[in-house]
Write a protein that binds this ligand. Structure first.
Ligand SMILES: [Cu+2]
Length: 132
């Protein structure tokens, strides 16, 4: 819903839009699934190197970390499993915001939960496509 539509291929962003950071609202839900609006485990598409504001609301599943984190939010590159230090967040109950820079290398990535939040934890992830 708040996942902004991609620019048509070949178009250039208008100057008025350049300073407008995209906001992506995500629910890290109590059933150990990431959701955007009504989409469950949606695929996210970003432009290489763009900065994105994430507004993430976390709801507790079954279990949590000792420090009170109920879900995690980490980015992994698909081809080699590489992690990105800026994208390794722990989520507390409620809504929190992060501004993150999309990797500069186009390709396929995954956002995964890093907290063992329930038996369904392994399925808590979203596909990420980074385009040039
Ligand atoms: Cu989780």
């Amino acid at each position: 819903m708040l996942l902004a539509a991609l620019l048509p291929a070949g178009s250039t962003p208008r100057s008025s839009a350049q300073n407008q950071m995209r906001v992506v609202e995500i629910l890290a839900d109590h059933d150990s699934l990431f959701k955007i609006g009504r989409q469950v485990s949606p695929t996210l598409t970003f432009k290489a190197g763009e900065e994105v504001q994430f507004r993430i609301t976390a709801r507790k599943a079954r279990t949590l970390n000792r420090n009170g984190s109920i879900h995690g939010f980490a980015l992994i590159r698909k081809k080699d499993g590489a992690k990105f230090p800026d994208w390794d967040l722990e989520l507390k109950p409620g809504t929190q915001e992060f501004v993150l820079k999309v990797p500069s290398e186009p390709g396929e990535y995954q956002i995964v939960c890093t907290v063992i939040c329930s038996d369904g934890h392994e399925d808590m992830h979203m596909k990420v496509i980074v385009i040039a």
